[in-house]
Design a protein around this ligand. Structure first.
Ligand SMILES: NC(=O)c1ccc[n+]([C@@H]2O[C@H](COP(=O)([O-])OP(=O)(O)OC[C@H]3O[C@@H](n4cnc5c(N)ncnc54)[C@H](OP(=O)(O)O)[C@@H]3O)[C@@H](O)[C@H]2O)c1
Length: 306
């Protein structure tokens, strides 16, 4: 039975995923949120595939442990940079270090993400989930872009989510000042904003040899949401846990998108793991996309830059 288009993502999640064994020896891959879950598995797979991995992580101690583990297991070169993505200044500092220390960037994977059930604001007064999931990845990508373009062919991967289907993006109330905060919708809003900017950037990058795609990493067993209250944590650990999959599938999917020769030149798409999929209609509205692009530039202090 063929599902209606808006439910096709359910069928896609059951499809056989694409994989690649191609090696990417020496390619410089920058990945955020490598200390846990999806990002950790992607980092392992990249290291196994020969990449030089630059991890940008909040928890330096955990990142250093992973660095040692991957040196031991794969003799991989993994570097660690510290940044808290709820602080846009940290993102800027991390970008400066990367631009200064690396001659090229072949792959950028924006993976770090959070889900909060309660509204919190960052030091800059921005709703935290919107800042970490969208603004930080927007800013990092934009700051690294000149070097990524110089390094072309290169790829940018945004670890997004089916959560974009929850909607929630209100351009007049990004901080949830006027609405009652709903965690899933706030998470959805951050992912919609990210998707809308992917289509904009894909157009801008046409002809540069740099591709940008977004992906959903599967419904997988990770730490996301475990920063929330006891009730949520019990729900996740004892109910949700059993239906979630091993995040190894997420790492493999990200590796496929980053390394597979058949992905060269593919840009401006949304992948359910590795299956090309149509996002929700509200995440395809290009007029809202242009507005969120401008707002994101303003909030990250990029206005007026190229
Ligand atoms: N798990 C799923 O089923 C699922 C489904 C759809 C999409 N996703 C997406 O997958 C991505 C990874 O999430 P996950 O499921 O792997 O969750 P996770 O296990 O909680 O990992 C999240 C990563 O992001 C980092 N991070 C969180 N807040 C940060 C901050 N303020 N600054 C810097 N880094 C920060 C975490 O660092 P720490 O180790 O310091 O906490 C961790 O490395 C997210 O973008 C999420 O939206 C996940």
């Amino acid at each position: 039975m063929k599902l209606p288009e808006e439910l096709q993502f359910i069928a896609n999640a059951r499809m056989v995923q694409k994989t690649t064994d191609v090696r990417i020896d020496g390619r410089v891959c920058v990945i955020t949120g490598a200390t846990s879950g999806v990002g950790y598995q992607a980092t392992r797979r990249l290291a196994h595939g020969g990449a030089r991995v630059v991890t940008v992580c909040r928890n330096r101690e955990r990142a250093t442990r992973i660095q040692k583990e991957l040196k031991r297991e794969y003799d991989a070169q993994v570097d660690v940079l510290q940044a808290d993505f709820s602080r846009l200044l940290d993102v800027r500092k991390a970008a400066e270090t990367i631009l200064a220390d690396y001659a090229r960037i072949d792959v950028l994977i924006n993976n770090a993400g959070v889900h909060h059930t309660q509204r919190t604001l960052t030091e800059d007064g921005i709703e935290t989930v919107f800042c970490v999931n969208h603004l930080a990845s927007f800013l990092l990508t934009r700051l690294l872009l000149p070097k990524i373009i110089e390094s072309a062919p290169a790829r940018i991967i945004q670890v997004n989510s089916q959560g974009h289907r929850f909607g929630g993006l209100d351009l007049d109330d990004l901080n949830w000042d006027r609405r009652r905060y709903k965690g899933l919708q706030a998470y959805g809003a951050s992912k919609v904003a990210q998707l809308l900017t992917v289509w904009e950037l894909a157009d801008q990058l046409e002809g540069t040899g740099v591709t940008i795609n977004a992906m959903h990493p599967g419904e997988v067993r990770t730490n996301i949401g475990m920063n929330n209250g006891l009730l949520y944590r019990l729900y996740k650990r004892y109910l949700l846990w059993w239906i979630l999959k091993d995040p190894v599938i997420s790492g493999n999917a990200i590796y496929y998108l980053a390394a597979a020769p058949e992905m060269a030149g593919v840009s401006g798409r949304f992948f359910n793991l590795t299956i090309d999929e149509k996002p929700a209609p509200h995440a395809l509205d290009r007029s809202i996309g242009k507005r969120i692009w401008k707002i994101s530039e303003e909030l990250t202090g990029l206005s007026g830059t190229d």
